[in-house]
Write a protein that binds this ligand. Structure first.
Ligand SMILES: Cc1cc2nc3c(=O)[nH]c(=O)nc-3n(C[C@H](O)[C@H](O)[C@H](O)COP(=O)(O)OP(=O)(O)OC[C@H]3O[C@@H](n4cnc5c(N)ncnc54)[C@H](O)[C@@H]3O)c2cc1C
Length: 386
């Protein structure tokens, strides 16, 4: 049994660590978040490293990497912030969906721009009444001879308002759900946010301000037939195919940001003294940090196992759900302890710990809540679970 990374993977890890230290240490990520700045240079920097094309095939200019290498980069970017890590992972996941399910023309149109860091994707699945139960989505795309006419509303569409973004949007193309079940009759469309009838409105949130989350209103939007990805009415299969990778990469991001959070509180606990000794020597705090490091190592192993299975084309829905669950809950717990160990210093809104804490709240919600991950794991154990 081999637990280590290869020499090439270790080099990639070091390169990503140096990239974060040079371009986006946590203080920079926090400043971007507080100013809601879109750092175009972050994307071009990642493109210069060859990371945005790492998982594309060589004929498209890519590096032929797998979920393992993507996870290594995502974990290191997580040391900057969750949002920085998701700038990388969140854009890649729909890009790889286009690679797998798209036509040659779609691949040629969208993927080279993604590889250069000038083109991005946002995913629009969620709606006001379709969150955890995403298959209940109601946005309607009526197929016609020239393409589709789209009407409805999307919510929480991360990055939809950024320049160079295409919205990968799931809509109902066949409304006869009573007959076939709600998972049938969905399709994936690539929507230009500048198309007539699209209106994007940013949702004020506690954190994740770099990419930003948005409501997307669709009013008689015309989508050309060429912008259908995969089979008409076959969108559920396409959506599921992206979910495992999303959980794998999100769990890597949580591991990175949880480790950075622990590193910060550990360093503080060694220099801050009360009652004549460093606070880290009080057993109550030392044990909490020992438990956190144990949880982070467990989360890392789960994330790496899920990435390895994905890279080898093996089923990993259960394993990626476990990795997402453990990683997100570990990060939330780490941020909570970070606030406690830094005492009043953490509560100051300009502290990096308060930024970690603000960002952590969403980890157990977006990308499928903790309850939904537990449901998936329980079902894989043969339990009926709603
Ligand atoms: C910052 C952010 C970014 C996001 N980015 C995107 C994006 O880019 N694209 C996109 O499509 N969506 C995105 N989302 C949406 C996200 O996926 C949903 O928020 C998530 O799936 C939960 O849906 P909901 O918020 O509607 O909560 P609900 O589904 O209404 O859930 C509310 C509560 O009920 C619980 N619950 C629901 N069903 C069950 C059940 N069966 N068993 C037990 N408990 C249950 C949930 O766990 C939760 O605690 C984002 C959300 C956030 C906050």
């Amino acid at each position: 049994m081999e637990f280590g990374l290869t020499d090439e993977q270790l080099l990639l890890q070091r390169t990503a660590r140096d990239f974060v230290a040079r371009t986006c240490p946590v203080a920079v990520a926090q400043a971007w978040d507080e100013a809601a700045t879109f750092p175009a240079e972050l994307f071009t920097g990642m493109a210069d490293q060859g990371w945005l094309g790492l998982a594309l095939p060589e004929e498209l200019g890519g590096g032929g990497g797998t979920a393992v290498e993507l996870g290594i980069i995502t974990e290191q970017l997580g040391h900057a912030s969750l949002d920085v890590a998701m700038c990388f992972a969140g854009c890649l996941i729909p890009g790889l969906t286009v690679l797998r399910w798209g036509t040659d023309a779609q691949r040629e149109r969208y993927l080279p721009a993604m590889l250069r860091g000038t083109g991005r994707f946002a995913i629009a699945m969620s709606e006001p009444d379709a969150g955890s139960d995403v298959a209940a989505l109601r946005t309607r795309a009526v197929p016609g001879p020239d393409g589709f006419v789209l009407n409805g509303q999307k919510m929480w569409c991360t990055g939809a308002g950024l320049p160079g973004t295409t919205i990968a949007l799931y809509a109902r193309t066949d409304p006869s759900t009573q007959e076939n079940g709600k998972h049938h009759g969905l399709s994936l469309l690539l929507v230009d946010p500048a198309a007539p009838g699209v209106r994007i409105q940013r949702t004020p949130t506690l954190a994740r301000h770099i990419l930003g989350t948005n409501e997307v209103f669709l009013d008689d939007v015309r989508v050309p037939a060429d912008d259908l990805v995969g089979e008409l009415h076959g969108g559920w299969k396409v959506l599921l195919s992206g979910l495992d990778l999303e959980r794998v990469l999100m769990s890597a991001a949580y591991v990175g940001v949880a480790q950075a959070t622990l590193d910060e509180m550990l360093a503080y606990s060694k220099t801050r003294s009360q009652f004549g000794r460093p606070i880290g020597t009080f057993q109550a705090l030392a044990h909490a940090m020992a438990d956190l490091q144990t949880d982070i190592d467990s989360a890392r192993l789960l994330a790496q196992r899920a990435a390895w299975l994905h890279a080898h084309g093996r089923p990993c829905s259960r394993e990626s759900a476990m990795a997402k669950l453990k990683g997100s809950e570990t990060y939330v717990n780490a941020a909570r302890w970070g606030m406690q160990i830094l005492g009043g210093h953490g509560f100051a809104t300009d502290s990096t710990m308060s930024f970690r804490w603000r960002e952590s709240i969403v980890a157990t919600i977006s990308g499928g809540t903790s309850q939904i991950q537990r449901n998936a794991i329980a079902r894989s154990m043969g339990l009926r679970c709603y």
